[in-house]
Design a binder for this molecule. Sequence first.
Ligand code: 5AD
Length: 351
Amino acid sequence: MHHLLEKVYQTNDLTKEEIIYLLENITQADREILYNNALKTKQMYYGNKVYLRGLIEFSNICRQDCLYCGIRVSNAKVERYRLTPEEILACCDQAYKLGYQTFVLQSGEDPWYTDKILVELVQKIKKTYPEVAITLSIGERGVETYQALFACGADRFLMRHETASKELYETLHPTMRFEDRRACLNTLKGIGYQVGAGFMVGLPGQTLANLAEDLGYLMDLRPDMIGIGPFIPHSETPLGMEKCGTLEDTLVMVALTRLLIPGGLIPATTALGTLHPEGRELALKAGANVVMPIITPTSVRKQYALYENKICGDDHPEDCRYCIERRIQSVGFEVDLGRGDSLQFKSGKPK
Ligand code: 5AD
């Protein structure tokens, strides 16, 4: 085991078989070594800084029916909302005043936001805040849409691959196709976006070999950003009675991702903060270097419940901004309010 921990630390590489062996045999003492090595690697690439992104969850209306997700189209119990472009711009204004230099616009797959509406929105944001990076997280769309949004100023795109196992993907996503997801990620990368992939840990039916496949997929795709969070059940979904992913498994995946994609931007996710009160701080100590505080208006926050007991539901954007800053400082890191582009993107040559 020590040989593998040393190998991944020194070479940023492991075979799929080695990853499986590591995941199957890791002890608590090994985990501590792994987290430490991931932290040292993060410090080497990004120093002591943690980047903040303001997250606007602008619509919980979704045409997809993912088995794990609380805002799936079949969940008739969610009260649906959709922010107007004016309301989204007001969120951006507030985000800017709180110091954010990246706005993440996330929603369910909501066709009300046509290309025209989205393009105008991105143009307005870019015109008002030219130095700010815009990240979109709006799901699967056509190539032309992705191109139009990039051409008018969108910088980054988040689309988790969710799981690299075709079989598991197809079980969990009755309205989607495994190949489409991957094609979208490749298209986005080809267009020139900084691209974010990622996956959930502890999905019902997920094996350690599946998690090794997730890491293998990341090593092939070399995304700029990688979001990893535990699966957390939502009672109004078919997986409502299943178990959560664990803190330890999620932290191991965060740390291994840091070692395998050393220049990646890796968030300490809200789902980890929901699973454990110090989940995000522990992720920062295991190699994560981004936090995405929520800036969604408090009036609709609770309705964007992808999973249950999601934290910060009653908070206001300024609460989250400063709560996160305190948490980052509590584990010895500093907030960086810059755009925080990924190193591999800036260097122009994906490695
Ligand atoms: N538990 C944890 N994460 C979830 N997501 C969606 N539903 C859940 C859940 N029940 C994640 C997916 C998606 C991201 C926005 O939230 O990975 O890509």
